[in-house]
Design a protein around this ligand. Sequence first.
Ligand SMILES: Cc1ncc(COP(=O)(O)O)c(C=O)c1O
Length: 382
Amino acid sequence: MFEKEISFIKSLFDKENIPLHEPCFVGNEKKYLNECIDSGFVSSVGKFVGEFEEKISKLCQSKFAVATNSGTSALHIALLANEVGENDEVITQSISFVATANAIAYTGAKPIFLDIDEQSLSLSPKALKKFLQEQSYIKDKKCFNKNTHKQIKACVPMHTFGLGAKIEELKALCEENFIILIEDAAEALGSFYKEKALGSFGKCGILSFNGNKTITGGCGGVILSDDESLAKKARHLSTTAKIPHPYEYIHDEVGYNYRLCNVNAAILVAQLENLELFLKDKRELAGLYKDFFKGSENFKFIDEMPETRSNFWLNAVLLKDEQARENFIKECLGNNIFVRGAWKSLPSLKPFENCFKDELINTQRLERRIVNLPSSVRIRKI
Ligand SMILES: Cc1ncc(COP(=O)(O)O)c(C=O)c1O
């Protein structure tokens, strides 16, 4: 049924089994790992952690970067550093990886799930505006939920597949309503809106360097911010809230052991050296998919947003209906091509089924039709 599409995907990757997104190690990864082992600095202290933070903050146009052991821990700390807690509510989008909602839940705050935008597949500014107009009020420069009277402290849009949310509109709405903007840019390293890095628009942004991301350290994450005191607080919380002292163990609050290790940072420093090459290759691949699906009756390639330069982390297509999507996924898997559908909507998951959600019009229309295509960097040697 989908022979043409299957043979096209096979032609893009010279492999028996085509993964969705595999890491690409063609640079100094082994060399830097050896340096860690030879020096004995394999844990949370070591030169690569600082080097990575410096490089990633420059690249992401943020004054400060705090490296963590995952994107999830980065988001958890970003929320805590902004004093999001038990009595608060946090707005996020209905479709994301579960980590977005989990990190909110870890703080004790309740997520509010709003619809996605049909173009960007990220939080819809229209849905946010409607929710705030109808369901919130402002008092003493704070935003409260009309129904629960809890403070809506933060908003966490996620830049789905690296495509880029309508971030300027979201930012303006957050500012007007005294809501802290924290970007989940886990998937968006190397994506820009009007030349500004995604992850650098909010008070904080976070990135993930999990094994399936554009660059990876095996694991890893980072909190980005221009706010020095916030970055300090994030660093403190992610390193067990230990007060620096030559020999005493003094911790001034409940902290977390979330610091990135030097071995992971060593891999990341090497990966960063090739990021431009990776992004070029991913853009080329996206161009090939785009041309191939042009004019197709069954598939619509989901392109980058106007004025946005996507990293095309995971290429995505929209199938004409749920049945077509299922048939396509099954046929690809049968041919050892690893594609996947979009995540199930977060409020449909058991831990979040009692949370507020809006009508989710686009979510319902789109969630059962999106398919991610193999999107690995294809460089095997430099
Ligand atoms: C949107 C989103 N948020 C958060 C995360 C969490 O990152 P990590 O897996 O590094 O914890 C991921 C990816 O894994 C993600 O895709």
